[in-house]
Design a protein around this ligand. Structure first.
Ligand code: C5P
Length: 217
């Protein structure tokens, strides 16, 4: 297996941005595992699959034609990078995240990537379940309010009509579900280092993680 850096943490902690930039600095591959759960969700919503039927979800995932070129998500060749971030998709990801059979498939994809390349991977269960022997593990978080503000500002910057209270409520509900899930709940691995990014800029977080992954001699 190649070297793996895992970055787990709650919604809106900036994990993908930080993981992508860190991977770029290291020259490693970036793996956005949330995008995998999201693309299965989008495909299920589009196909009208019963989200409460694990067998149907597993069949859908088995036949899924998804690809993750750098920074993009493709579903049957269509660029769905924006579509997978819709509020409706975000809310429905819980059905996919709770489905053991689909999780098994996604974990196999994730491990296959790390068989080929050094990776910086982000998600909820990367340090605990998927890569227990990772080279370095981080749990990246920030205060509830700061995470919700970042997401709210990102939505407004895209011209969306966003309400901070609603973003905060959705985020709390998603974090509570992710942390209490029966399989692969979100929690820091015993050997992960927790980084609280409240008040830090993205560049500061990336520089800090970079120093921790490859300390200068
Ligand atoms: O990180 P992101 O917000 O894109 O993840 C969407 C959802 O996918 C999470 O709320 C979680 O339920 C699920 N997920 C997961 N395990 C991962 C990554 C994401 O269960 N490794």
């Amino acid at each position: 297996m190649h070297r793996v850096v895992t970055i787990d943490g709650p919604a809106g902690a900036g994990k993908s941005t930080v993981a992508r930039l860190l991977a770029g600095r290291l020259g490693w591959r970036f793996l956005d595992t949330g995008a995998m759960y999201r693309v299965v969700t989008l495909a299920a919503l589009r196909a009208g699959t019963d989200l409460e039927d694990p067998d149907a979800l597993d069949r859908l995932a088995a036949g899924l034609d998804a690809a993750f070129p750098p920074g993009r998500v493709l579903l049957a060749g269509e660029d769905v990078s924006q579509a997978v971030r819709d509020v409706a998709v975000t809310r429905a990801t819980r059905f996919i995240a709770d489905c053991a059979a689909v999780r098994g498939r996604l974990v196999a994809w994730q491990r296959a990537v790390a068989d080929r390349d050094d990776v910086v991977t982000e998600g909820r269960d990367q340090g605990t379940i998927v890569f227990p022997d990772a080279f370095r593990k981080f749990f990246v978080t920030a205060s509830d309010l700061e995470r919700a503000r970042r997401r709210h500002e990102e939505l407004r910057a895209k011209g969306a009509d966003s309400d901070l209270e609603a973003v905060l409520a959705d985020q709390r509900a998603r974090d509570a579900r992710d942390a209490s899930r029966a399989i692969a709940p979100m929690r820091p691995a015993a050997d992960a280092e927790t980084i609280d990014t409240t008040g830090m800029t993205i560049d500061e977080v990336v520089a800090l993680l970079h120093r921790k992954v490859l300390p200068s001699p």
